[in-house]
Design a protein around this ligand. Sequence first.
Ligand code: APR
Length: 245
Amino acid sequence: MEKIKKAAELIKNSKNITVLTGAGISVESGIPDFRSAGGLWSKYDPFEYAHIDSFRKDPYKVWKMLKEMHQILQGKKPNRAHIALKELEDLGKNVVIITQNIDKLHTLAGNSIVYEYHGVWDKLICIKCGNEDSIENYRLDEIPHCEKCNFPYKPDVVFFGEPIDHEIMQKSNEAAENCDVFMVIGTSAQVYPAAFLPNLAYRKGIPIIEVNLESTPLTSSLNTIFLQGKATEIMDKLIKEVTNE
Ligand code: APR
């Protein structure tokens, strides 16, 4: 049976669907990913710009990259792939989305359960005194400073060297181990512990559907149903198969 039909059958016969998404699902919304050619890490060394120690040492240098990210994220909209995941929920499926993305496009698309595994862009936190604020209160061209202690704010995203929020990790692990099908969309599966989530499903014998432009370490090791192509095109085809359009 053609792989897309096989994947659609699995989804049709599933009630609980857990989805891990990465930057690749937002590329067609105009947000470059990290590790493809021209991705953000081809411009900024992540260990120089996205490690918590770098931020502590020189927050102004890190804000050079953060301001660029802020500009990129402005006004971006969910694409067909994000919408397709909302449509699965509208079909009555229990969809849990675990996203590594900080762009909030899944929330904008309307899915009701979204675990933001690497945090969210629009919340600011002061690593010195714990004060919080919203990035909406600041202009794109300024570096927001804590109103209490005047240290530069950090977007509440998980930098390298920082832990994942404990509750989000727990809920994500549970969702990976308690679903009928696990989908992985647009991630290179290079960053842990996020990349370990599909393994949790695999160890429980849960089938895995992978959507990506290219194969990843998951493709063969977890024997995924690998749907190669652009997330918008694949997810559009998949939804049409599921709804027999
Ligand atoms: N459709 C499907 N897949 C795509 C598309 C697309 N249009 N465009 C790119 N991809 C795939 C790429 O082939 C790649 O496998 O998406 C993946 C993106 O991988 P990365 O850039 O590594 O992004 P991600 O996996 O989300 O990175 C994980 O690393 O730097 C940290 O915190 C950052 O959350 C990020 C984490």
